[in-house]
Design a protein around this ligand. Sequence first.
Ligand SMILES: NC(=O)c1ccc[n+]([C@@H]2O[C@H](COP(=O)([O-])OP(=O)(O)OC[C@H]3O[C@@H](n4cnc5c(N)ncnc54)[C@H](OP(=O)(O)O)[C@@H]3O)[C@@H](O)[C@H]2O)c1
Length: 171
Amino acid sequence: MHADVMIEPTKDQAAKYPDLAGKTYLVTGASSGIGAVTALALGRAGANVVLAARRLDACEALAAQIQAGGGQALALVSAVNGALIAYARALAVELAPIRVNTVSPGWVDTPIWGSIATDDVKANMFRDMAGRLPVGRIGEPKDIAAAVTLLLTNSYMTGTTLEVDGGRRLL
Ligand SMILES: NC(=O)c1ccc[n+]([C@@H]2O[C@H](COP(=O)([O-])OP(=O)(O)OC[C@H]3O[C@@H](n4cnc5c(N)ncnc54)[C@H](OP(=O)(O)O)[C@@H]3O)[C@@H](O)[C@H]2O)c1
């Protein structure tokens, strides 16, 4: 799965999300999956995107893709990834007026599943999981990218954890 087939380019993203245009965002885990699609979405919204992961070549390829679409992007190596939900509320108070929010994804179809299951096993797992979820489908990285964009553009949200999980928490 490649990031470039999971989110359609939209020329009006910058107009749609004026709050993002010209701002700079660091995206960790940007070489693949959720991070890659989030970085693409931010780039297409007119943000400057710094892409970080251990695989520099993958970050550079994505940076080139963002630049080809007219965005600004820089790739760098990082060995840090992930968000700590437990700290988000405390940091939102400590770092105010800087806003701190987190996204908690449910089952999302990304390359991470390839490390634990073959394609056949994964297909069966996803069919079973999708059937159990209220929304009836497995998540896509762009579902998570949309939640990140919401948190970035809504200046009244801080200390919030968005559960973007198709209703998995209700099961
Ligand atoms: N997909 C799901 O169903 C799901 C559900 C809940 C939570 N999550 C979490 O969401 C995050 C993104 O996952 P994903 O599904 O998009 O998986 P993915 O496609 O495998 O991407 C993981 C990303 O994290 C980077 N990464 C992994 N270990 C790292 C480390 N030690 N230091 C720096 N970067 C590291 C990887 O890049 P490099 O290998 O280049 O460093 C890659 O860019 C992960 O933290 C995952 O646990 C995913």
